[in-house]
Design a protein around this ligand. Structure first.
Ligand code: NAD
Length: 266
């Protein structure tokens, strides 16, 4: 029988950016079941974020609160960190989940600077500077003895490595974000802060609604070895596994949640 004192999971705090729906909500649900207190960040849909918080508390989260912030805005990002610490006192897990697809899928030769700025600003520039600020906050919380070994997770995409020429700006942003995860993993490891990349494949959310029929046919035909759509809770379970502290000697690790889509076959 283990003699180790049980860890008090109830007091741990996780922040999930864009947590009100889709993959973010799947992550919130799994972390709630693991008894994390939660901040559900949202940009403009308070109703969904508030409903998500109520659900989180019904699943076991001691407290779940919505906080508004646009993660592509650096000032709002810093306010999200400050408000979290102000209201919940600590941050043990930061999940960079919020992201956007191009408003219009255009061929590589037709990508507009506006779409580039929108997608790269939200999916790469925003999370980079936000994580810079989060890192500083986590180090201060450690120095104050308020957290021990906090963790950061980046939700990237199969698009980090797989070229889709009808959404180049998304692929570029996600490939960049994969490197951002590695950089912060290296920089923060000596301080006992571990960083992970969760790389989803094709997940059934609003983001993939427009291509649902097309992907359903390709999945049924064997696009991924596991022939089904991924669900937000598939991704949530991977994040909850990281949050369970089961990977103490791993950092910068990529966890594929894609039914094997990334595997090369012959
Ligand atoms: P979604 O569109 O359902 O949800 C995205 C969430 O992010 C929404 O709540 C949205 O309001 C929020 N958001 C967008 N811009 C924001 C901003 N500037 N500030 C704060 N919040 C913002 O999409 P999803 O499928 O749940 O995607 C979540 C993440 O997973 C994204 O980073 C996406 O790129 C990634 N991803 C999705 C898939 C997929 O197949 N659905 C696959 C791989 C990776």
């Amino acid at each position: 029988m283990s003699t180790a004192a049980p860890r008090d999971d109830r007091s741990r705090v996780a922040v999930v950016t864009g947590g009100g729906r889709g993959i973010g909500r799947g992550i919130v649900e799994e972390l709630a079941a693991a008894r994390f207190s939660l901040v559900v960040n949202y940009r403009d849909d308070l109703e969904s974020a508030a409903a998500c918080c109520r659900q989180a508390e019904s699943l076991g989260s001691p407290t779940a609160i919505p906080i508004r912030a646009d993660v592509s805005d650096l000032v709002q990002g810093r306010r999200l960190i400050d408000e979290t610490i102000g209201q919940l006192g600590r941050i043990d897990l930061w999940v960079n989940n919020a992201g956007v697809a191009p408003r219009v899928r255009r061929d590589l030769l037709e990508v507009t600077p506006e779409s580039w700025d929108h997608v790269v600003g939200t999916n790469l520039r925003g999370p980079f500077f936000l994580t810079q600020s989060v890192s500083g906050a986590l180090i201060r919380l450690q120095e104050q003895g308020l957290v021990r070994e906090p963790q950061i997770v980046f939700i990237t995409s199969i698009s980090s490595t797989h070229a889709s020429i009808n959404r180049a700006e998304y692929c570029v942003a996600k490939a960049g974000l994969s490197m951002v995860a590695q950089l912060f993993a290296v920089a923060l490891a000596p301080r006992g802060i571990r960083v992970y990349e969760v790389r989803p494949g094709i997940i059934d959310t609003d983001m993939t609604r427009a291509v649902h029929e097309q992907y359903s046919e390709r999945i049924a035909a064997g696009l991924s070895p596991i022939r089904r759509w991924g669900t937000p809770r598939d991704v949530g379970r991977a994040v909850a596994a990281i949050a369970s502290d089961s990977l103490p000697f791993s950092t910068g690790e990529v966890i594929h949640v894609d039914g094997g889509l990334h595997l090369r076959t012959l």
